[in-house]
Design a protein around this ligand. Structure first.
Ligand SMILES: [Mg+2]
Length: 374
């Protein structure tokens, strides 16, 4: 039986955050709400697939919704929804490797995966090869605030069972040192801290100086994106100069980026995102490549809401290699989610929602409240 796409809806939303996002060097221009989008694919025989356009920086989420609605959606009407490779090839052709293309592609890919799972009556992780584990250990991420506030957040995260603590650094070094020292003293030495500079340090010399100073006041698990995304030579030099593990985040969006990083010996770890890679399968390909070159990955987050986080959960339980806690705690960042039931995050672990496909349904009241025109 055919499952032809009858209609595609793209709904731009504006979701208020519980607290402003202060990270990297943007502390003076924080993000107060996520301008994301919902993609709904409907077939003639009544199937529905849900996807999410999620991008925090730069703030182009609603521009991506515009492209999804006017460029992609009309081209999918009449196509067979279960033939994902064909549909994704058409999306790739239309987006022509534009830089933000993976974010749009990911929304449609997860919607098609959701739809296929519902059609076959299986959870999405079964379409990804089945379960490797039941749940995904999570880290908790803390934005730039006062040292006292960051220490209090870290203590609360430990009490709630989170498996690691990630701190946003990249302010003046004295501010970073005070914050990292306060958090380290609060949580004790058995919890090495992840530090994420979001590319805020502008030179190898500045980054090396900051990394050494920070390592002198706390036990550091790794330093994430110490330099801007294109400076792969600099990342390699920092690995050699500081002996601290370097995680690539902004530098590692697509499979091609992962290849370039490995070739340049520029990272010890990759922070892989479903929405940046271009979808769940694309993210799984980065995991597979990384395993071949003896690099480890975590699943990162653009603070996706319920749909995007469900996609991360299905990837996380089915990927063979997941040695470190992941960072897909996005739904907890919002006052209100777009899905009916809260995404299962408990005792510091994320579990895929029950049910076929991604296992989520839209909360129509919440979508009406958060929807806005692009
Ligand atoms: Mg990061």
């Amino acid at each position: 039986m055919a499952h032809l796409i009858e209609r595609v809806e793209v709904i731009p939303i504006r979701a208020p955050r519980k607290e402003p996002v202060r990270s990297g060097s943007n502390a003076g221009d924080p993000v107060h709400a996520s301008e994301f989008g919902i993609v709904r694919i409907l077939t003639q025989d009544g199937l529905e697939g849900l996807g999410e356009i999620s991008i925090t920086f730069p703030r182009v989420g609603h521009s991506l919704c515009h492209a999804a609605r006017w460029l992609i959606a009309p081209a999918l009407v009449g196509l067979e929804a279960l033939e994902r490779p064909k549909i994704l090839a058409e999306i790739d052709r239309l987006l022509a490797a534009e830089l933000s293309a993976p974010y749009i592609r990911a929304a449609f890919e997860m919607a098609l995966l959701d739809l296929a799972g519902k059609c076959y009556g299986v959870p999405a992780y079964q379409l990804l090869g089945g379960k490797m584990r039941d749940r995904i250990p999570l880290a908790w991420g803390i934005y730039q605030k006062s040292p006292e506030e960051m220490a209090a957040d870290a203590i609360a995260a430990c009490e709630q069972g989170y498996h690691a603590i990630k701190l946003k650094v990249g302010r003046r070094l004295c501010d970073d040192l005070a914050a990292v020292r306060a958090v380290s003293e609060a949580v004790g030495g058995d919890m090495p801290l992840r530090l994420d500079a979001n590319g805020a340090w502008k030179s190898v010399a500045e980054a090396a100086h900051a990394m050494r100073a920070l390592a002198a006041v706390a036990s550091i698990a790794w330093v994430e994106q110490p330099l801007p995304r294109s400076n792969l030579d600099g990342l390699r030099m920092l690995r050699q100069m500081t002996a601290l593990p370097v995680m690539a985040d902004e530098s590692c969006q697509t499979l091609r980026d992962a290849y370039d990083l490995a070739r340049a010996e520029a990272a010890d770890l990759f922070n892989v995102y479903v929405v940046e890679a271009g979808g769940v399968m694309a993210a799984a390909q980065i995991f597979a490549f990384a395993a071949e070159v003896n690099l480890s990955c975590i699943i990162g987050s653009q603070a996706e809401m319920g749909i995007g986080t469900a996609a991360c959960a299905h990837l996380g339980v089915s990927t063979p290699n997941l040695p470190y806690a992941c960072e897909c705690f996005g739904p907890l960042r919002y006052l209100r989610d777009i899905v009916q039931h809260p995404i299962p995050i408990a005792r510091g672990c994320l579990t895929p929602p029950e049910g076929p496909g991604l296992g989520v349904q839209l909360n129509q009241d919440a979508v009406r409240e958060l929807a806005c025109e692009s």
